[in-house]
Each structure stands twice: as C-alpha cells, then as structure tokens.
Design a protein around this ligand. Structure first.
Ligand SMILES: [Zn+2]
Length: 464
C-alpha cells in the first residue's frame, strides 16, 4: 500500500516496523463543544485506513487521546459554573456516542491528559536535562533554536516562521517560536497541578508526545490528524519526542483535508460549524459516513445539506442490494459447484478495489468499483446459483461493511419494540381492523421503520 507522507511530501510504500503490527496514533478532540462534521471526517478517514490495513492482515494498535485540560474547557466551566472535568466528561461521552453511530472502530486506548500529569512532568524534566528547554517566570518552554530539524514537517524555515509569528505577549520567551511545555498557573486558576517548577498545567503539544510514546513506543508507524495540526502541533510533537529519544518519532505522517461549508472555512465567527448530532437528526449516520469517504481524504470536502442529500440514494441502493441478494439466496436452488466465470469477474473487481485503496487510500475510486460490483451482480442475479450468490454476497459485505464501515444489513437491528408493534399490526390486519393497523404503522414509522406487506408476510425496513 502507498500513503502520502507529509514529512517527505511524497507518496511512499507503507512498511511498518514490525511485520504484522501497525502502531497508529491520531490526535483526539478537545472536549469542550459538540463533535462537528470536521471531526467526523478525520475519525472516519482514519477508521477506513485502519480497517483496510486490518483487511491486509495487520494488527492495529490504535491510540487516540482526549485533551481534557485546555483554556476552552476551563472557560466554558467558568461560564457554566461547573468543574472542568464535568465539561470534558460530558463531551467525551458525546464523542463516544457519535463514534458508535458513525460505526468508527473504538481505539485500543483513549488516554487523557489529566491522567498522565506525572508522565508529562517526567518528560519535561528530561527535555530540560537534555538542554532543549528552559524555565522562565511564566512557564517551561521548549527552545526551538536547539532542535536543528525544527520546521521539517511543515517545511518552514525558522526565519520565515519567526517573521510570520504573531507579536508575542510573553516577553519571557527567548524566541516567539518557543512553545510552552508547562504553564504556571495564574491567580484564580481553577485547575492546576504541582510540579518541580511551580503549580501549573501542561502546554498542549507535550501530551501527544508523552501519551503516544507511552502506549506505542518511541517510533510510531502512522501519526494522523487534520491538516490544520501540521503546524505548530505536529511540528512541536516532533521536536519534543525526538529531543527526548534521539530517534525518528513517526515514520508516516498522514493528514486529512479540511471540511468546508458552502465553500467557506468552518469557523465559530461565521457560525457555520455543523454538529454531527444535528446532522443525524436529518440523515442516518451511515449516509453521512458515505459522504465523508466520497472524496479523496487529502482534498477539501465541501459540506452542505444538498451535498449529503445525494448520498441518501446511494445508501438506499446499498441497502436494497443487500436485501435483494439475501432474498435471492434464500429462494434460489442450490447447485453443485460454483460458477467460475462469475467468481473470476468478482475477483477482478476486488483487485480493482484494492488497487484503488492501495493508491494512497483512494476511497472515491474504490467506491466506483463497488458500484460496478453491484451493477454486475444485479444484471445477472436472476440466473446466478445459490453458492455463487453466497460468494458474491460475502465479498459485497467485505467491501462495504468491513472495509468502508457502512452498515447495510439492517435486518438484525430491528428493536424488540418495533418487532412487537409489527406483530400486533399483523394481527389487526388479519382481523381486518384497518384503523388499528394504520395507527400501528404510524407508530412504527415514528420509531424510524417502515413496514411493507409482502406475499410472505410483513417486511420491516429501517427508514432512511
Ligand atoms: Zn495531538
């Protein structure tokens, strides 16, 4: 498989350090507000990468953090008169909910900053000992002039960076580029920890260096995140980690592109940040997931309700195909042997799918192959035998559910309450009590399901 590495600015063949294991770290959220469509893109993209690598036979050790101490959390806590941990826990929970709805594979571990203060302090002590940091009256700072490769990820040279950096408020720093490893607390700070240098809390970047290396080792195979994190966050992670270990911190830096809204950058001031929980009021999360992987991950993705709307039909097509093929398998006659010709063509398509995904995770081309697959089977479904159809169905589920993470087989998900209403309705219908039957149908609809009467009995489908 080939992946674009931001560090080398080129597409490289992916080779993990260990033969069968991939050590992967993706920067997690700062839990102070609703999870939005931009977050959704990042975590879905890295989930597809992870699922695909798993399909290729790797075991994935995936770590994603929560930045659960930050000015934004503290400010919100003050505003609402709550403890910062209440705020962060609330949004961490809502992250988990969104993650589940989007069918994102959970991380192996979700380290939190507040649970790693001791590790962070030890690392800062070591960075100071090695001569890469200094203490001032406001905090402990990383001395960027001491790290000779500073700027290697963002491809910026120090002069350029210095010229471009904003006028610094903090006069105690040697250079405006130097960044805080530990910030001393100010009066009235509601959250701080003791440290050898004074009470305070960690700077933002140090947590990712410390927590990623703690759980994955000194060199990671893949470090991911949104493009906006390249500078300064990831540049600073490299400086901290490599000054500590003297080793290469990350072999493949993978960054996803922005989500724009009606061609504009998302921002608080424009009021165009779309929370996923609000989008899910309109669209099934699987439709949103389809939209999020529709474009190559490095390109910008433009969000609008009309854009997502198009994927409603795409999703319906996948769900219908799943229903159709299952029905055919149930009703078709078994034959001995398997149709070699069909199998051969399906395997050609699987190869095409893999070629697309191997080419720097080209999900949009791979999606086109999936549609080709569906058209082919649909065209020939009337004569393909049971065994061969079963083969096609297994491959279809592999591509759509296992790799893309789009749940299409919804039958097993019908909740008990809906099933109960369906049987009550069936009884009413048989008794020709159409008033009750219509009422029950409306109730079923309210719960998000549609009931259809077929020759073989009622059929329930999820409302899309
Ligand atoms: Zn990070």
């Amino acid at each position: 498989m080939k992946l674009y590495n931001t560090l080398s600015s080129s597409v490289e063949t992916f080779l993990p350090q260990e033969k069968n294991v991939v050590k992967m770290y993706v920067c997690g959220i700062t839990p102070y507000d609703e999870i939005h469509i931009g977050h959704g893109r990042c975590y879905v993209i890295f989930d597809v990468l992870r699922r695909y690598l798993q399909y290729k036979g790797y075991k994935i050790n995936y770590v994603q953090n929560f930045t659960d101490v930050d000015d934004k959390i503290i400010n919100k806590a003050k505003e609402l008169n709550k403890h910062p941990s209440e705020i962060s826990q609330h949004y961490i929970n809502s992250y988990y909910e969104i993650e589940k709805k989007l069918n994102i594979t959970p991380a192996k571990i979700y380290p939190k900053v507040t649970e790693h203060i001791d590790d962070i302090i030890i690392s800062i002590e070591n960075i100071i000992k090695k001569g890469f940091a200094y203490v001032t009256t406001t905090g402990v700072y990383f001395d960027t002039s001491k790290f000779k490769n500073y700027g290697k990820l963002s491809k910026k040279n120090l002069d350029e960076l210095q010229a471009g950096s904003r006028i610094e408020v903090d006069e105690t720093k040697k250079s405006p580029l130097d960044f805080a490893l530990w910030k001393f607390s100010k009066q009235n700070d509601i959250i701080f920890w003791e440290s050898p240098w004074g009470n305070g809390r960690p700077g933002w970047h140090i947590e990712c260096s410390v927590m990623s290396m703690k759980y994955l080792g000194e060199t990671l195979d893949i470090h991911g995140g949104g493009m906006d994190l390249i500078f300064p966050h990831h540049e600073n992670e490299i400086a901290q980690s490599e000054s500590l270990t003297g080793k290469n911190f990350v072999n493949y830096w993978v960054h996803n592109g922005f989500v724009t809204v009606n061609q504009q950058k998302m921002s608080k001031s424009l009021g165009n940040i779309f929370a996923l929980k609000d989008i899910f009021e309109i669209y099934d999360p699987m439709i949103v997931r389809l939209f999020l992987i529709s474009q190559h991950y490095q390109k910008p993705l433009d969000f609008s309700i009309q854009e997502v709307e198009q994927f409603k039909n795409v999703y319906q097509k996948l769900v219908n195909f799943n229903e159709e093929i299952k029905e055919r398998i149930k009703n078709s006659e078994p034959k001995t042997g398997i149709n070699e010709e069909v199998v051969k063509y399906i395997n050609v398509l699987i190869n095409e799918f893999e070629t697309a995904m191997d080419d720097n995770l080209n999900t949009s081309s791979a999606m086109a192959v999936l549609h080709k697959f569906i058209s082919y089977v649909n065209k020939n479904i009337s004569w393909i035998d049971k065994t061969t159809l079963n083969y096609c169905y297994t491959k279809f589920l592999l591509l759509v559910e296992e790799i893309f993470g789009i749940k299409v087989d919804l039958s097993y998900e019908i909740p008990e309450i809906v099933q109960k209403l369906v049987s009550q309705r069936e009884i009413a219908r048989r008794n020709r009590d159409f008033e009750t039957s219509d009422k029950l149908r409306a109730q079923i609809f309210e719960l998000g399901y549609i009931v259809e009467d077929t020759l073989t009995g009622p059929k329930v489908k999820k409302r899309i």
